[in-house]
Design a binder for this molecule. Structure first.
Ligand code: NAD
Ligand code: UD1
Length: 351
């Protein structure tokens, strides 16, 4: 594979932490298509090797996978010793907001300590390019929409705080060593699945997020959707979000890597909103999913969920201007692909 012009030096690989997860697996396909080589590092605490096997089928190549935890310094050191790692895409982390309120220490340990150990090892082995998965949750309840990257940061739960703290850690790291090239991607609401229907989101237990919940209603696993609040100040009273197709999101990582490896990289422009710029309500999504699946989606409007906000959607212009990235997939495609994955795999990756 040709890597000289992309990865900075020939033969060097991208370390993808959390690469067996939902966004990671989709990103592996985009990396492969773009000619990047990678190694996956994941402790499989929220994923399975079956997902990686499916990616292997899609790309027609074996994947180099090392099972390990980001907090395990020795294993990471060994990995960096044995491979020429040119850059890191850091997906690994725990991500359930509600669970983070119940288990804050686990979240701080996993997400923050995991990142600290990873950064220490990267520095030790002189690997100084990193892409970090942040979240729109760092904007808290925004004073206006669309949200630009310079909006004030503020978050209301331990999960969100881990993202915010890690962003600050990365900024401090750059101040201490300006050879670090850091890109922070703030994802809005990733949904959908690869068009093959072979990989997708596979939540444990009852889904917290809207799209996987609707999918399970459509496939008959759940009786109805509870819509959290019908009295928000939005076009139909239900919450509005910026849903982004996971394949568009995966492509944003390729564009961000191209950017980090290019001479155009500028730390002043290194934090990007990754969204579509469009806001859809819960009822809009129910309608689109019903059309895509040709299934009824029974719902009940119930009281608001604690911590939810009325409206959240991105201004994604900076990513377009600097990374040359723009989301292209419609809400209809998001629902169709999500439905294909759900109906082909009613039990996710479990047989
Ligand atoms: P995911 O849970 O599917 O993937 C995360 C992966 O990281 C899993 O495979 C898990 O096993 C692994 N992991 C967790 N802790 C680890 C550790 N200490 N060491 C090694 N591996 C570990 O989640 P995802 O949806 O693919 O999210 C990827 C990243 O994007 C996360 O950092 C998440 O916080 C962030 N993010 C996700 C969303 C979303 O809605 N999915 C939105 C914004 C940001
Ligand atoms: C949630 C997280 C956020 C994270 C994001 C990633 C919370 C409070 N926030 O955001 O930190 O970055 O996921 O995707 O969990 N809804 C229902 N019924 C349901 C589920 C959701 O009505 O069963 C509504 C919600 O009230 C919201 C919309 O659907 O209006 C989207 O919810 P969800 O998918 O959970 O995402 P966010 O709350 O935006």
């Amino acid at each position: 594979m040709v890597l000289d012009d992309k990865n900075g030096c020939s033969m060097s690989k991208i370390l993808v932490t959390g690469g067996a997860g939902y966004i990671g697996t989709h990103t592996l396909i985009s990396l492969h298509e773009a000619g990047y080589e990678f190694i996956v590092y994941d402790n499989l605490c929220n994923s399975s090797q079956e997902a990686l096997k499916r990616v292997e089928k899609i790309i027609g190549e074996d994947i180099e996978f090392i099972k390990g935890d980001t907090r395990d310094k020795k294993t990471l050191q060994k990995l960096f010793q044995n491979h020429d790692i040119g850059s890191v895409i850091h997906f690994a982390g725990l991500k359930a907001v509600g669970e983070s309120v119940q288990k804050p220490l686990e979240y701080y340990d996993n997400n923050i300590n995991g990142t600290l150990v990873l950064l220490e090892v990267m520095k030790e082995y002189n690997c100084k390019k990193i892409l970090f998965s942040s979240s729109a949750t760092v904007y808290g309840d925004p004073h206006a929409t669309p949200i630009t990257e310079d909006f004030p940061l503020n978050t209301t739960n331990p999960y969100g705080r881990t993202k915010l703290f890690i962003e600050e850690i990365l900024r401090d790291l750059y101040v201490s060593d300006d050879e670090f090239e850091i890109v922070i991607l703030r994802y809005f609401n990733p949904v959908g699945a690869h068009e093959s229907g072979m990989i997708g989101e596979d939540p444990n237990g009852i889904p917290n997020n809207l799209m996987p919940f609707i999918s399970q209603v459509a496939v008959g696993k759940r009786e109805y959707l509870s819509i959290f609040g019908g009295d928000y100040d939005t076009h139909d009273g239900t919450g509005v979000r910026d849903y982004i197709h996971v394949v568009d999101l995966a492509l944003a990582h390729v564009k961000a890597l191209d950017y980090i490896n290019s001479r155009a990289f500028n730390i002043q422009h290194s934090t990007f909103n990754i969204g579509t710029g469009e806001g859809y309500s819960v009822l809009d999504i129910v309608k689109a999913y019903k059309k895509a699946s040709q299934k009824e989606i029974p719902y009940k409007i119930v009281k608001r969920r604690a911590g939810d906000i009325a409206k959240c959607f991105a201004n994604p212009n900076l990513a377009k201007e600097i990374l040359g990235w723009k989301a292209t997939k419609t809400i209809e495609q998001m629902c169709l692909d999500s439905w294909r994955w759900q109906s082909d795999n009613p039990n996710g990756y479990k047989k």
